[in-house]
Design a protein around this ligand. Structure first.
Ligand SMILES: [Zn+2]
Length: 466
């Protein structure tokens, strides 16, 4: 596979062993997730599925930031604790993800379950001379001293000048304007929200960046292969994470840093602070949304609009109907016990093209190859042999399982004899123009979960649940 590595600033051929360890930054659980978040998690879900398809054993970790300024703020506003707020939005997030067919990562650690690990890590950074303590009202803050780490700025590609300008929280106690918090001593709101943890520096809570260094190395070891997230995380979050992990382990902690671009709306980034978000939970059809999120290359922005969603819905429906047509035809040939000569259909050609597109995670190209398979299927539906149809079905479902579409699909069975008799009886009734009887039989079959469809090639059927 060939993906863009943010660290080296170029497309690289991935050198992967059998096991691929992947870490993707999860949500901060203080509000509902929007489709900008959905894009990142769908993208890495497809990457995981494709790696598995290629025979890799993927170990996937995604954290939950369940203690943080925003969570504390909301908890205080609502008179709740940090734990209550984060529990609500973690469970909403999991519901959103299953609606989008995003498979659960192998581990989804929460920060508050790993406070001890974080403290150990911060202590170690102090011992090694990368971090220092600063006294505060209720205890100490601990800062990472950026100039102590050579190579800071390599991931984001920012110059020292840009980095110096970027820091917005001037704190006279910091040794350098770029230094960032590893541990924050507790403030009054933290006590109110019950978001305080005992530490060698008094009551406080971890900074944001340290959690990902701790959780990734704890669950995956160092170095690991893939670290992902949205493009907005490159700086400062991932830059800081790299610095912390490198400082502790003395090696480049991640081989491939992969980032997804934004979802935009009218060309502007979709974000809560701009107030232009569409929440996942408000979107009626999860699979259509998933399809839409795959229509742009991951390195390009994806613009959300009514018309782009409508286009995605139409394309999605075309594939869905093709799947049904294909399966109905197979079930009909099997049930009637007939076959055809076939047309020498080469479905494998589509599979090869699809793999080529997926090797660079070019999902829009993969979707267009999916469509060209679908068009060929519809064109040849009534002339392909049973084995050709089956081969198409196999490749069709290979594509859909890699992309995570049509997950609820269950195959249309070959009809048992007694049902076939009813289908034939109804055809006779129709020929005799006894429509009342034909309708009665149709209803009877419906009760048994068989929905009849009249096509130019005769009666076909599908099962209720799709
Ligand atoms: Zn992170």
């Amino acid at each position: 596979m060939r993906l863009y590595n943010t660290l080296t600033k170029r497309f690289e051929e991935l050198k992967l062993g059998k096991t691929v360890k992947m870490y993707v930054c999860g949500i901060t659980a203080y509000d509902y997730s929007h489709i900008g978040h959905a894009r990142t998690f769908v993208f890495f879900d497809v990457l995981r599925r494709y790696l598995e398809y290629k025979g890799h054993n993927v170990i996937y970790v995604q954290n939950f930031t369940d203690v943080d300024d925003k969570i504390v703020r909301r908890a205080v506003e609502e008179g709740k604790t940090q734990g209550e707020i984060s529990r609500i939005f973690i469970s909403e997030f999991l519901r959103d993800m299953s609606k989008l067919n995003v498979r659960r990562p192998n581990y989804m650690p929460k920060v508050t379950d790993h406070i001890r690990d974080i403290i150990n890590y911060v202590e170690r950074l102090i011992e090694l001379g990368y971090a220092y303590e600063v006294e505060d009202e209720h205890g100490c803050d601990v800062y990472f001293h950026v100039p102590s780490f050579e190579g800071y700025g390599k991931l984001s590609g920012m110059s020292l000048d840009e980095l110096n300008r970027h820091r917005i929280e001037p704190n006279p106690k910091k040794r350098d304007v770029k230094d960032f918090a590893l541990w924050k001593s507790a403030k009054d709101e933290d006590f109110k929200a019950n978001a305080v943890f005992d530490s060698p520096w008094g009551y406080g809570r971890p900074g944001w960046h340290i959690e990902c260094s701790v959780l990734s190395s704890k669950y995956l070891g160092v170095p690991f292969e893939i670290h992902g997230g949205g493009r907005d995380l490159i700086f400062p979050h991932h830059e800081n994470e790299r610095a912390q992990s490198f400082a502790i382990f003395g090696v480049e902690p991640v081989k491939y840093w992969i980032h997804c671009d934004f979802v935009t709306i009218g060309g502007e980034k979709m974000s809560k602070s701009l107030g232009n978000i569409v929440r996942i939970r408000d979107f009626p059809d999860g699979e259509v949304l998933r399809y839409f999120l795959l229509t742009a290359f991951y390195r390009s922005p994806l613009d959300y609009s009514e018309s782009s969603i409508e286009r995605a819905r139409r394309s999605y429906n075309y594939l869905r109907n093709t799947l049904l047509n294909l399966d109905m035809e197979i079930s009909a040939l099997r049930t009637f016990g007939i076959d055809r000569d076939g047309v020498g259909f080469d479905a494998l050609r589509h599979l090869r093209d699809f793999e080529l597109a997926m090797d660079s995670m070019n999902t829009p190209n993969a979707l267009s190859i999916f469509h060209s398979l679908a068009r060929d299927v519809n064109r040849n539906l009534y002339v392909m042999s049973l084995s050709e149809l089956e081969e198409c079905f196999r490749i069709f479902t290979t594509f859909s399982s890699i992309l995570g579409l049509f997950e609820g699909y269950e195959r249309i069975p070959t009809l048992p004899k007694d049902i076939l008799e009813l289908v034939k009886e109804r055809e006779v009734a129709r020929m005799e123009k006894d429509f009342e009887r034909a309708d009665r039989i149709r209803e009877k079959l419906k009760e048994r979960g068989i929905i009849l469809i009249d096509t130019p090639k005769g009666t076909r059927w599908m099962t209720k649940h799709f």
